[in-house]
Design a protein around this ligand. Structure first.
Ligand code: NAP
Length: 310
């Protein structure tokens, strides 16, 4: 039997996803009618990006699941019209991209690369950086992305502490949880990476108090979500020297307005939400696998917990 799959994302995405999705459905042995305009009452699955026009799920009476193209679900998880399972994206390509971005930016600060890029002034200064084993890094968020990044940093020798909501064990990583765990993780972090989802619990987690727990001059790297950080508290901490540098990929308002103080700030690096992206070829396989599961009556992968918001 043919399964009707609606592709509900901004129109440019259709061009990049149509072929990989069709190939993945074929490879999974699924007979799928994939379109951007199925009649709502005939749709079985919805491939979804939260910035699509579809915001009212009520007419999709037959749909079995919404399969998000993004890892972050904060813009859809609270949608009261969505009453069917919601899966977030966990994609090998997305994870790999994040590992590369995070390790690159951690290494930049660890090695003090800026000193040599911006300080080529004829003076021979031999300041040898410590080895990674002597550089404590905190990974706030130990999910699909945080764990992969933490493991990559451990493989390079970094002294990594991970922090999550629930207790966990990851080889080579000191794993902490809870408020006291956060304090402990930040208290020794010379570099902290934020890979938390945005939920009511994580909004403004990085504020004047928590920034104050970090060693003076620590570096903050945020590829998670903008509202994890209280911007005014961060600006104050940069001003006082409590935070030495912030590398930010995500912001409360995106695109970051041209007049925002982060753009011109000497101690802030802005990247325009490019840390990582869902990669159509690998993501299509994840979506096909979830539809296969749905059709076989197997549990969906990567289901979002609505109560927790991620
Ligand atoms: N900048 C980019 O390009 C980009 C790309 C993709 C994703 N992202 C962001 O990255 C985020 C993480 O993605 P993911 O796939 O790794 O998510 P995930 O697998 O759902 O992991 C989330 C992690 O955060 C932890 N967490 C959630 N709420 C918490 C709380 N209140 N206190 C402490 N820890 C908490 C979870 O703890 P438990 O393990 O205990 O559940 C888990 O370890 C996404 O939500 C998205 O916002 C950004």
């Amino acid at each position: 039997m043919t399964v009707n799959v609606l592709f509900a994302a901004v129109s440019e995405r259709w061009d990049t996803y149509e072929r990989p999705l069709k190939e993945a459905f074929d490879a999974a042995g699924l007979a799928v009618s994939l379109a951007t305009d199925h009649p709502p009452a005939e749709v079985d699955y919805i491939i979804y990006a939260p910035n699509s026009e579809l915001q009212d799920f009520t007419p999709y009476t037959r749909a079995k699941a919404v399969l998000n193209l993004w890892a972050g679900v904060e813009d859809v998880v609270g949608n009261a019209t969505l009453r069917i399972p919601l899966a977030r994206m966990v994609d090998h390509g997305l994870t790999q991209g994040m590992v590369e971005w995070v390790t690159g930016h951690v290494l930049r600060h660890h090695l003090g690369i800026d000193t040599y890029i911006h300080g080529q002034d004829g003076i021979w200064r031999r300041e040898v950086p410590p080895l990674a084993q002597d550089r404590p890094v905190a990974m706030l968020g130990m999910g699909a992305l945080g764990t992969a990044c933490a493991q990559a940093l451990v493989a390079m020798g970094f002294d990594v502490t991970g922090w999550s909501r629930s207790e966990k064990t990851v080889d080579g990583v000191t794993c902490l949880h809870g408020r006291e765990g956060l304090k402990q993780a930040l208290s020794r972090a010379e570099i902290a990476v934020l890979l938390l989802p945005l939920t009511p619990e994580t909004e403004n987690l990085i504020n004047g108090e928590t920034l104050g727990w970090m060693p003076k001059g620590a570096v903050l790297i945020n590829p998670g979500r903008g509202p994890l950080i209280d911007d005014q508290a961060l600006l104050a901490a940069l001003e006082s020297g409590q935070v030495g540098h912030a590398t930010l990929d995500v912001f409360r308002q995106e695109p970051l307005p041209a007049m925002h103080p982060f753009w011109a700030h000497q101690k802030v690096t802005v990247t325009p939400h490019i840390a990582s992206e869902t990669r159509p070829r690998t993501a299509a396989r994840v979506i096909a696998e979830n539809i296969r599961r749905g059709e076989a009556g197997d549990p969906f992968l990567y289901l979002v917990n609505r109560d927790l918001g991620y």
